[in-house]
Design a protein around this ligand. Sequence first.
Ligand code: HPA
Ligand code: ZN
Length: 326
Amino acid sequence: NIDTELLRTLPKAELHLHLEGTLEPELMFALAQRNGMPLPYDSVDALRSAYEFGNLQDFLNLYYQGAAVLQTEQDFYDLTLAYLERCARDGVVHVEPFFDPQTHTARAVTMATQFRGILRALADGKERWGITSCLILSFLRHLSEEDAVVTLQQALPWREHFVAVGLDSSEKGNPPEKFQRVFDQARALGLKAVAHAGEEGPADYIAQALDLLKVVRIDHGVRCSDDPVLVQRLIDQQTPLTVCPLSNTRLKVFSDMSEHNIMQLLERGMRVTINSDDPAYFGGYLLDNYLAVRDALGMTREQAVQLARNSLTSSFLDGDSLNNHL
Ligand code: HPA
Ligand code: ZN
């Protein structure tokens, strides 16, 4: 098995990370106090001990409740900068974070407030630690497609400051086909597309995301293994999967890390990457996810190098900006 220090120093990219999911309980309390908002928990420990999830929806309920403390540009800045500081310590050289604007515009926190805070932190992260980034605007799939269309319109003044659209939130019952028109609009604007698919939802949602939304990566995608034809397609097309091991065990997608299929998919030749999803809620940042996989399933130095390389080559970087990290 590869040792921890080698894993830490290996240059890695993070391609599946929700900024709202990096809100640590300590920061949640600090922002609640700063903004004069009550929290339904007495202490950081009481909050943390509520992080027991039976499924995706259990988590989402707490995640949206927590995100309500984010009110000002400075809140979004502090959130994003704290994440980047952790990246710098873990050998993460490039990030492609999601943010969920609808979670905030629904509370009258404007698109401008969100973009200004996040973009200022991403610029400072580049300046301080050399971390490059590409931002992804993600639509909430439990809301209507019309709401997503309005959100895309609201984001147009910042068109040059994000590279892709994504699709997250409650997967079951909200198939990719529901968002075909808004993804068409986004791609017509020159944006790339990614989508969460095959986390809790069926393998068919992965095929829909590819065929109808024309995504260039699948977020999660672990349920592809239910469909051998789809598995072969993902291998043939070398579609990247942004797998999130600690998320999957915390949300009971797999009962235990020893049951996770990530190394099987990697060994079959799929373009698999490791990511942290919502590290403040799932018990670990990017390096912790590599270590959890190594400890439960084994990871040779060659496999670790392949995973880290996959993360960079599956990113939206190309040319010199990619080669500078390889
Ligand atoms: N799945 C769906 N929606 C999400 C997730 C996830 O893992 N994390 C944050 N929003
Ligand atoms: Zn996710």
